[in-house]
Design a protein around this ligand. Structure first.
Ligand code: NAP
Length: 530
């Protein structure tokens, strides 16, 4: 190895969430001098910040375990199939303590700037307290979904009640019992909040813009014997996930047309009654493309919504009427539809009755005025460029990453940027299981760093051609797929935001992994080293 003597660290990792924790571990194991900076006062990232009531996994906890350490897998017991945020945060702390990572993590420290020094081949890492350090490489494990999106409303500043975005939930909590609560947003997060808050609020007003297809989560505790079985099956589970786009869902190789309509309906019913709900993702290909099979499945799910909601008018508002199943991320619920059978829960359909303004005491829609003690924003995230622009990143020639994106988001592999040497954004496919995708991606980054050092070089950066080609590839995928054009996975949820394709736009995780392996085996020809 030829470490860069001018830099205080070989690598600075920004963030101590799921990716940052693994990056710190892996890079330290490779013999590199690593320091992680984390803005929060604790580790866990998503599982630290999203302390809203009801926050939990919707893929099975066992699949979310880090796979790299037999000892970790043996020592940790999951209490439920889909564990809640406090347990998930405890898991992150367990991993950090077990691997003795805490000594290399500086908590409560926000990275505010990164400035590339081409002469010395290192980054100067500016911190919020005014101090700085230097590192040859930076891994920005900042989370694609870490910058909250709060829509702006007239009169918002007049509102005297309490408000919070779900992903910046105060650590001390918010008193919701017996309160009048409004929730804006009915995606994966909104559904989780609504079904919990309905049980304790005196009144809950749900502001829904787009109805969602939800499947039952069917959560339950895991006993010691089942946990033993899980531990014995980890190796096989992880292997399967890697071969199946990061999830443990078997895919049905048949065509939908190999079955009669009755057989298909019986099959949907079996999935509906079964466990886990996301097995639906394994359905035949025709279920996912607009057409008769997708219509049939969507109708089946709409019927299930109608069965669960007592009031037929409310049920119709909860039935998606502008998209088929799969056009948005499937959501898992545990009492979401039942919540609308309670007297204290009210549904406002924002397409028919839009929000006009906030008032001092609540929210005024065209036809209603709701007095609210608390407003919860479950309105999603400003993906990728949101968290990236929270740091002033200056690469070669003092050019900022913001300037780099002036004509739209550009990257090579969504991981590196031309003109920004030695800077990595570890951002794998996002629809599957993040942990299964992040481990091999960080392994790949670690190998690249070691390759550079072994070669006696000090920096590596994607060529302009490679970046251009990947960027065009992503744009083509987006324009060819009508789902992506409107999806939050390309930033379309933020008014006026240019396309920011996340990796899932490009190719399935397995193919992406193979592509990365090929690049490494070919001596990183798409990158310039110096
Ligand atoms: P999201 O999927 O982007 O949903 C945001 C919700 O807010 C949507 O219902 C959206 O309505 C609504 N909304 C946005 N702007 C609005 C506005 N101006 N007025 C009214 N409504 C507005 O965000 P999310 O639910 O936080 O989920 C984000 C991601 O986090 C998920 O895709 C998932 O990857 C992850 N997540 C995972 C879990 C889990 O593992 N269990 C749980 C929660 C979240 P429209 O649909 O009309 O845009």
């Amino acid at each position: 190895m030829s470490p860069n003597a001018s830099a205080r660290f070989d690598v600075v990792v920004i963030g101590a969430g799921i990716a940052g924790i693994y990056a710190l571990y892996r890079l330290r194991e490779l013999g590199l001098r690593v320091r992680a900076f984390e803005e929060a006062d604790g580790v866990g990232g998503t599982w630290y910040w999203n302390g809203y009531p009801g926050c939990r996994f919707d893929i099975q906890s066992r699949e979310y375990s880090y796979s790299f350490s037999r000892e970790l897998l043996e020592e940790w017991d999951w209490s439920e199939l889909y564990t809640a945020q406090p347990e998930n945060e405890r898991y992150c702390n367990f991993v950090v303590d077990k691997l003795d990572l805490r000594r290399d993590i500086q908590l409560g420290t926000r990275v505010t700037s990164l400035t590339w020094d081409g002469g010395r081949s290192h980054w100067t890492v500016g911190l919020a307290d005014g101090t700085s350090t230097t590192a040859q490489f930076v891994v920005g494990a900042i989370g694609d979904f870490s910058r909250e999106y709060v829509p702006s409303y007239p009169g918002f500043d007049d509102y005297q009640g309490v408000w919070a975005h779900t992903s910046r939930w105060p650590r001390e909590g918010i008193e919701l019992e017996g309160k009048r609560v409004g929730v804006i947003g009915t995606g994966s997060t909104g559904v989780q909040v609504i079904q919990e808050v309905a049980k304790i609020a005196s009144q809950l007003v749900v502001f829904q813009r787009t109805a969602t297809y939800c499947l039952p989560l069917r959560n339950r505790p895991i006993g010691p014997a089942e946990m033993r079985q899980i531990k014995d099956g980890y190796a096989e589970l992880f292997k399967f996930c890697l071969e199946h786009n990061t999830l443990s869902i078997p895919t049905d190789p048949r065509s939908a047309y190999d079955l009669t309509k009755e057989e298909r309906l019986a099959y949907y019913e079996r999935i509906w009654q079964g466990d886990p709900p996301l097995d639906i993702l394994g359905l035949w290909d025709e279920a996912w493309d607009p057409g008769p099979i997708n219509d049939e499945l969507s109708e089946f799910l709409k019927g299930k919504i109608r069965e669960q909601v007592d009031d037929a008018i409310i049920a119709e508002k909860l039935v998606p009427n502008d998209h088929g199943f799969g056009a948005k991320r499937p959501v898992a619920e545990e009492g979401y539809y039942a919540a609308f059978n309670r007297n204290n829960v009210e549904l406002v359909d924002l397409k028919a009755d839009p929000i006009e303004r906030f008032t001092a005491t609540g929210i005024k829609t065209r036809d209603h005025e709701s007095e609210l003690d608390v407003v919860v924003f479950a309105t999603g995230f400003d993906i990728v460029t949101g968290p990236l622009s929270a740091i002033e990143i200056r690469g070669e020639g003092g050019r900022t990453l913001r300037e780099h994106f002036a004509d739209g988001f550009r990257s090579h592999l969504h991981i590196m940027f031309a003109g920004f040497p030695n800077f990595y954004l570890p951002s794998p496919a996002v629809t599957g299981n993040f942990v299964r995708a992040i481990e091999p991606l960080i392994d790949w980054i670690g190998e690249m760093i070691c390759y550079v050092q072994r070669a006696g070089a000090t920096q590596i950066v994607p060529t302009n051609e490679a970046e251009e080609s990947w960027t065009q590839f992503g744009l083509k995928q987006v324009t060819e797929n009508p789902f992506f054009t409107k999806s939050k996975y390309v930033g379309a949820n933020i008014p006026g935001k240019p396309f920011v394709p996340t990796n899932m736009v490009f190719e399935p995780e397995g193919k992406f992994r193979a592509r990365r392996a090929e690049i490494a085996a070919g001596g990183y020809r798409e990158f310039a080293m110096g």
